[in-house]
Design a protein around this ligand. Structure first.
Ligand SMILES: Cc1cc2nc3c(=O)[nH]c(=O)nc-3n(C[C@H](O)[C@H](O)[C@H](O)COP(=O)(O)OP(=O)(O)OC[C@H]3O[C@@H](n4cnc5c(N)ncnc54)[C@H](O)[C@@H]3O)c2cc1C
Length: 441
């Protein structure tokens, strides 16, 4: 374990290292603790409890808002707890919170197993699973938190407990969907693994942004018919450097996971029905894809060492209401890699009983991304201001791309929000753990 107080050499390096976003906030905890074992975590939480310090927890540091970095208190970095233990026969795994989803997927591949890890390298399972987890094949397998069988957690008083459907069921309920509102430190996730799909592939279409009205209208109209093995993602940006395209464009990339190539082609055929299909700049109805290729493709939109500001919304608004508003957003798109994501998600099946309780047919997210601090004034509020302007069409937000400190919004059903507060009050009566930023209380 290493501990850095504010005046110590290495304090600011340790603080900054907890944030992937180059836009590290001007918030300063009293001390940063780097844990390497579960015992370190227990000791750190007891230390905080003895001194009345609040605790922020970091696993992979991919919270866009750097939710874990707060003024005062103890910042507990558990990224070094990144071990994996597989039981191939039982199709289960015990995984440390610092384990990166892409590394887990690679390890499982060798055993013909699969997990709905997030779409980007670097995202750790810690924050990802707590907030829900929208990963590869998640439309079919469910948000990744539905594959969490149990968790080992350190409570506010430093006690280590296991929670599952049978033990501490309220805590287990809260851990699946409360994200930055969780009130204990997860030191291990017990996961259900899935068989590796025989075929992993995608269709890819690129349309000029001049076709945006037709493409979004069509995407909204077919949303309910998209097979759940297909994830339709539409990324609009002011050019696609990876494809040598410099004009504003929409990329429709649709991962598919199927039992055979014929099945994959069949469920992707719907993507051929776009009314402006003839105007596509690129049209690939199906291509087999490896997971590393997928990660490379996605990461081209999320380069490191950039400054990011995100915001998002769920909606089921009809095309007539939605599309004019989307055109306003893309008319105001900053340069690449800033982008606007449309994800066809619902209508969803019934979910497990858990804090995760809010989703809708379409997910929209804005990713402001720029390199120079001097551009903060120009770009930092782009995502928030456009999502605020469309709030009348939103049913809530995802925690994955949360911006709650700047724009409070609901991320769970009203019933789940109320229960979350009750469970928190029982497990963390003194408020040892920071909750999400921007909460009213
Ligand atoms: C480039 C990029 C790509 C992304 N892609 C996806 C995606 O495809 N799908 C998706 O669903 N999300 C995605 N996200 C969002 C991401 O899943 C969330 O930001 C998630 O919280 C990151 O987890 P983390 O452990 O890396 O983050 P952290 O910043 O370490 O954690 C986020 C918050 O979770 C809580 N927390 C973290 N670890 C613990 C723990 N061990 N115990 C208790 N509380 C903890 C803390 O409140 C913390 O502030 C992406 C984010 C980025 C930056």
């Amino acid at each position: 374990m290493r501990l850095f107080e504010r005046d110590d050499d290495g304090y600011d390096e340790a603080r900054r290292a907890t944030v992937w976003n180059a836009r590290v906030p001007d918030r300063y905890p009293d001390l940063v603790v780097q844990a390497t074992t579960v015992e370190d975590v227990v000791a750190a939480v007891r230390y905080a409890a003895d001194r009345g310090l609040r605790v922020g927890v970091r696993s992979g540091g991919h919270s866009w808002s750097a939710n874990h970095v707060r003024d005062g208190g103890l910042l507990l970095d558990v990224s070094r707890l990144d071990s994996t233990r597989l039981d191939v026969a039982a199709r289960t795994a015990v995984v440390g919170p610092g384990c990166q989803g892409s590394a887990l997927v690679a390890e499982l591949e060798a055993h013909d197993l699969f997990f709905p890890a997030g779409h980007c390298r670097g995202v750790a399972v810690g924050g990802y699973l707590l907030q829900g987890g929208y990963g590869w094949n998640s439309r079919a397998l469910g948000p990744a938190c539905e594959s969490v069988l149990g968790l080992d957690v350190v409570l506010a008083d430093g006690t280590l407990v296991h929670c599952s459907a049978d033990e501490h069921p309220d805590l287990y309920w809260a851990a699946r969907g409360s994200g930055p509102g969780f009130f204990a430190v997860v030191v291990a996730f017990h996961l259900r693994l899935h068989p590796r799909p025989a075929v992993c592939g995608s269709s890819v279409y690129v349309y000029p942004a001049t076709c945006a009205a037709e493409v979004y209208t069509w995407a909204r109209e077919i949303a309910a018919d998209v097979d759940r093995r297909v994830e339709v993602q539409i990324v609009c940006s002011r050019g696609i450097p990876a494809l040598g395209i410099s004009e504003p464009s929409l990329v429709i990339a649709s991962p598919v996971f199927a039992d055979s190539e014929a099945e994959a082609r069949e469920v992707l055929a719907l993507l051929e029905t776009c009314p402006v299909r003839d105007e596509s700049l690129v049209a690939v109805p199906f291509a087999a894809t490896t997971m590393p290729e997928w990660y490379d493709a996605v990461m081209s939109n999320y380069p490191s060492e950039h400054r990011y500001a995100t915001d998002n919304m769920w909606t089921h608004a009809p095309a007539a209401d939605l599309v004019p508003r989307l055109l306003d957003v893309i008319a105001d798109l900053p340069p690449h890699p800033a982008h606007f994501l449309w994800l066809t998600w619902g209508p969803s099946p019934a979910r497990q009983d858990m804090a995760y309780s809010l989703e809708d047919e379409v997910y929209l997210a804005l990713y402001g991304a720029w390199k120079d601090e001097s551009d903060d004034a120009a770009y930092a509020d782009w995502s928030r201001s456009h999502m605020a302007a469309m709030a009348d069409l939103a049913t809530g937000v995802q925690l994955a791309d949360e911006n709650l400190g700047a724009r409070p919004a609901r991320f769970a059903s009203d019933e789940a929000m109320a229960r979350l507060d009750q469970v928190r009050a029982a497990y963390d009566p003194e408020g040892r753990f920071h909750s999400w930023m921007g909460r009213a209380s």
